[in-house]
Write a protein that binds this ligand. Structure first.
Ligand SMILES: Cc1ncc(COP(=O)(O)O)c(C=O)c1O
Length: 372
């Protein structure tokens, strides 16, 4: 008891010292509370294209239920259920689906197959890098095709870059980091022609966010038997990025080959959450409409200021701030906003992920101060 009292007394003395000499004291308010109040709130994540609302309540319930299965190895049932659901939602049979640890793993497996087959990869100069990096790991030759003047994917030059050694062609639609869509008819024609020579990989990670009525997924070409891989993910509109669930829709032969390269089993919590979330239309609609509102907050500001940006069909935007991104990043962090990495050679552009609409004001006012 005596020892306890002494310890408490010592702690009280410590708090007083801390309050007096380090944190400063405010009349009537505990020093610690005052100090916490004066700290800026945590920076807002606008750098990884995450969904600020996920996971949905429906997915959370499924996850809690799945804890009870977490001691078991067997998840064949859940995986088959997930594949059957993805097949049904996309109008194919389950043998067209290959599941991965996020769509990132699907991209890596495509690069792995290309490496094993000693093929070359053709990829746009400015795009999502996972497949290119893994192709480098596989020591494959990667041909990067320059963008058009308006930072679009140049399909003519992509087609020209394909030769006898090409076994894989990567396209991201909408593209990351630009958020821009390719013309549907041009993309379709490209896929039909080029898939006779190599596998065409169309990354549709942001498919659900697209608002353009002319947009079409390339899944129809898979259904028609073309040599195409379309990838999708539970990480974006479903807000399950940390659980690592993604999938490919492709020919049954490619799906089987991809599945054979799976290095382990998926996790049961992720599978159960994804199964629940893909059936939860309400949450998807909510996430999309909030994303559109957030984008409106930013575009309204950019328009008013005359700052150039690309039309985005995703949950992020590519903005020409005119400031080197390596300078802009720390400057924005001081204003409580974390923005995307550099995308050379477009180093005076910034990729900005959408947070909640009410949080986007912090980006607007931060950029205003930083750009003066
Ligand atoms: C275009 C694109 N594809 C794939 C991914 C990978 O996502 P995940 O591995 O979480 O499915 C991302 C992640 O940001 C992305 O932007």
């Amino acid at each position: 008891m005596k020892e306890n009292l002494t310890r408490r007394q010592w702690l009280n003395t410590g708090a007083t010292i801390l309050g007096g000499s380090i944190l400063g004291s405010v009349a009537g308010v505990s020093p610690l509370k005052a100090a916490t109040k004066s700290l800026p709130s945590a920076p807002i994540r606008m750098m990884f294209n995450e969904n600020p609302y996920g996971p949905s309540q429906v997915a959370r319930r499924a996850m809690r239920k799945a804890f009870g299965e977490a001691n078991l190895y067997s998840m064949r049932g859940a995986k088959a259920q997930f594949k059957a659901l993805m097949a049904k939602l996309n109008g194919v049979t389950p043998d067209h689906i290959a599941v991965g640890f996020g769509s990132g793993e699907i991209l890596k497996k495509a690069a792995l197959m290309n490496g094993i087959d000693k093929g070359e990869l053709v990829s746009p100069a400015l795009t999502f890098e996972t497949i290119n990096r893994y192709a480098n790991t596989m020591k494959s030759n990667v041909k990067r095709v320059p963008m058009t003047d308006d930072i679009g994917i140049n399909l003519d030059r992509m087609a020209d870059a394909v030769n006898r050694r090409t076994k894989l062609v990567y396209l991201c639609n909408p593209n990351n980091p630009t958020g821009a869509l390719m013309d549907t008819d041009e993309l379709k024609a490209f896929c039909k022609t080029i898939s006779k020579k190599a596998i065409v990989f169309v990354d549709e990670a942001y498919h659900e966010y697209v608002m353009d009525p002319n947009y079409r997924s390339m899944i129809d070409l898979v259904k028609a038997g073309h040599n195409i891989i379309v990838s999708r993910t539970a990480s974006k509109v479903h807000g399950l990025a940390g659980l690592r669930v993604g999938f490919a829709i492709t020919t049954p032969e490619t799906a089987k080959r991809m599945e054979s390269y799976l290095t382990d089993s998926l996790n049961i919590v992720g599978l159960r959450a994804a199964i629940a979330s893909y059936q939860d239309k309400k949450f998807q609609t909510y996430s999309i409409s909030q994303n559109n509102r957030a984008r409106d907050v930013v575009t309204g500001y950019l328009e008013a200021k005359g700052i150039e940006y690309l039309d985005s069909q995703t949950n992020f935007m590519f903005i020409k701030t005119g400031m080197e991104i390596t300078d802009l990043q720390p400057a924005m962090e001081k204003h409580g906003v974390l923005v995307g990495r550099p995308f050379p050679p477009y180093t005076k552009w910034c990729r900005l992920s959408m947070a909640k609409p009410e949080e986007m004001e912090r980006f607007n006012s931060g950029l205003d101060k930083v750009l003066g």
